[in-house]
Design a protein around this ligand. Structure first.
Ligand code: DGI
Ligand code: FE
Ligand code: FE
Length: 195
């Protein structure tokens, strides 16, 4: 896995600010991977690549998705914000020839999450929320949680996203709900054990 090689390629696909974000996510993913026992090299690589196609135009993203053999659902077709996660996972497969399923899926599900997330998927999902460049309201709270319990941080991130989307009356992907329900149930069970 040649991090510098991929970092170079990716830097040419995006503006400086997004490249900075990608580097911050890679760094945060490494920190979380060490803390929670995920594969550190994969975390760093998935982190730098996770937004690879965020600045790629719609038709090119659709072409990457087609080339990777991915079928979009009607809702996905109608949710342009979700495209970059899917086309990003397609891009690393068809253009960078990365075959590692864990890395591909960490990119694929970095925006929505899903039920049954792998440790690496959780690390990237949370790192995207807690990277150094993030300054939304509530980021301190999620950073604090991320230092204590990765699953709780995933749940917090999903809760944040769903609340935000619902307030703005934007469609919420089934994967987002499925991930949220799974983590909320896990959290509820942990709480009932504490008592
Ligand atoms: O790419 P980033 O900006 O670093 O972060 P991201 O990949 O988490 O993208 C965040 C955007 O994606 C934000 O505008 C909310 C949107 N989003 C997240 N989950 C869903 C969603 N949009 C829709 N329509 N449905 C979702 O489930
Ligand atoms: Fe993203
Ligand atoms: Fe991101």
């Amino acid at each position: 896995m040649n991090f510098k090689y991929y970092e170079d390629i990716i830097s040419q696909r995006m503006k400086a600010a997004r490249f900075r974000h990608s580097k911050n996510v890679a760094k945060e993913a490494v920190r979380l991977a060490k803390k929670y026992g995920a594969n550190v090299e994969k975390a760093e690589l998935a982190g730098i690549l996770h937004d690879a196609t965020k600045e790629t135009d719609g038709p090119e993203q659709m072409s990457l998705i087609r080339r990777a053999g991915i079928e979009l659902t009607e809702m996905e077709k109608n949710s342009p914000k979700l495209w970059h996660a899917i086309s990003g996972s397609a891009y690393v497969q068809v253009e960078l020839e990365i075959a590692d399923r864990e890395i591909i899926d960490a990119i694929r599900y970095h925006t929505t999450g899903r039920a049954g997330m792998t440790l690496l998927e959780k690390v990237i999902f949370v790192a995207d929320f807690t990277s150094a460049d993030r300054d939304y309201e509530g980021v301190d709270r999620i950073r604090r949680i991320a230092d204590k319990n990765l699953d709780e941080a995933v749940l917090e991130g999903m809760s944040f996203t769903i609340s935000d989307l619902a307030l703005r009356k934007i469609t919420i992907a089934p994967d987002t709900f499925a991930g949220y329900n799974e983590m909320a149930e896990l959290g509820a069970r942990a709480k009932s054990k504490e008592k």
